[in-house]
Design a protein around this ligand. Structure first.
Ligand code: MLT
Length: 385
């Protein structure tokens, strides 16, 4: 370690959500403002043809798995992937009112209470393996879609999740493709996104991984973070309600201008770190271009991609006028046969738990030559009211 100055904190940096202030190391991923997300140094666009097991292995162990390693790892995920009946029974006795993220967070606490090994590395692997079963049980129960089948050990990670999800009348092939892509793109987003930061802070007090990640899922539930994908889809629907399904790009441009004049929000544009179109969004736009141009939501999201930056760029105060992943993820899921926005944040959580748990293992077991990071305890400056 050196005492090199990385950042000088001034009063202007206070009460800005720690924007740009370094607070630690992240070994799993980083976000380049122009090029977007990299997992262990690899651009996400290079990873979309890989299986979830391959990408999870890369994130967990920092290297590409050999064929044998991949086989053993996939087997590990399968053998650890069942939650006990007791966990599922408790999930299915939770209240169904409110947002499904509340049930998802509760489910993580229940899983920890009943199945924690009190070992960050073991629990990390168990959690990643079991979370598809948990998420499927939460969604099926909340939606009233019936009992969740047990994981099928002949299926891969996301094929299994798609199979356990009892979505009515879905074309499972299209659905699995979209769910897998969504899952791969949301595993991690650097160290400082709110859910990762909160989870690591809670784990720094030596809470187990289940409680720490549950805290992170409360953070993810907020509309400024993981619930943004649901709100963005509502926005796309609003544009269609106002302009109709056959609107032109000029109509959409006019709609955005009118909303801005009225001081209303335009959802799905901008990001705390990115200064170009989100690489994750680009990948989903490509899928929509290829497969879903006839679907009204995908079509409108593509028009918003064209019109949004054009209008937003005119305002010099807007540092990033480009779409982020939330601008297109909901429309993609809907077009692929999952038109249930209230579950999109659960799908985000299902995925993000991979990166967060891996980051927690680094901070608890490897940082500072294995000592782990100390309890998070920033300084607040006293300001008499
Ligand atoms: C994320 O994927 O976590 C979001 O883009 C938010 C962020 O990076 O801060």
């Amino acid at each position: 370690m050196t005492d090199k100055v990385l950042f000088e904190v001034t009063e202007d940096n206070l009460e800005t959500g720690l924007r740009g202030v370094p607070v630690g190391f992240c070994t799993t991923s980083f976000v380049d403002p122009q090029k977007g997300l990299f997992y262990r140094g690899k651009a996400v666009s290079e990873l979309t043809n890989h299986s979830p097991e391959e990408v999870i292995y890369l994130l967990l162990y920092g290297k590409v798995a050999s064929e044998q390693e991949l086989q053993e790892f996939s087997q590990q995920l399968k053998s650890r992937g069942h939650c006990s009946q007791a966990v599922i029974r408790h999930i299915e006795s939770l209240p169904r009112q409110g947002h499904p993220m509340k049930l998802f967070t509760e489910a993580l606490l229940i899983l920890g209470m009943l199945e924690s090994q009190e070992d960050y590395q073991e629990d990390c692997l168990n959690l990643i393996a079991k979370i598809p079963h948990v998420a499927a049980a939460v969604i099926n129960y909340h939606a009233g879609w019936g009992d969740t089948p047990a994981p099928n050990s002949n299926l891969g990670y996301m094929a299994n999740f798609t199979e356990m999800l009892r979505v009515p009348e879905a074309d499972k092939t299209a659905l699995q493709e979209a769910l897998t892509l969504f899952n791969l793109l949301h595993y991690d987003h650097g160290g400082g996104n709110l859910s990762a930061f909160v989870s690591k802070a809670v784990a720094s007090g030596l809470e187990d991984i289940y409680g720490a990640v549950a805290a992170g899922m409360c953070a993810l539930e907020g509309p400024r973070h993981g619930k943004a994908n649901q709100d963005c889809l509502e926005f796309v629907k609003e544009v269609i309600d106002d302009l109709g399904e056959d609107a032109s790009v000029d109509d959409v441009e006019g709609f955005i201008r009118k909303r801005l004049e009225n001081g209303e929000l335009i959802f799905g544009f901008g990001h705390a770190v990115l200064r170009a179109e989100d690489a994750r969004a680009t990948i989903l736009y490509e899928l929509c271009h290829k497969k879903f141009t006839d679907h009204p939501l995908a079509k409108m999201a593509l028009l918003l991609r064209e019109a949004g930056p054009k209008v937003l760029k005119e305002n010099p105060k807007i540092s990033n006028p480009y779409p982020n992943v939330d601008a297109i993820s909901g429309a993609t899921l809907s077009a692929a046969g999952f038109p249930y926005p209230e579950y999109y944040t659960v799908l985000f959580g299902l995925s993000r738990i991979v990166g967060i748990s891996t980051q927690i293992v680094y901070e608890r077991c490897f940082a500072r030559s294995g000592k782990g990071t100390p309890i998070v305890r920033p300084k607040y400056i006293y300001k008499p009211a």
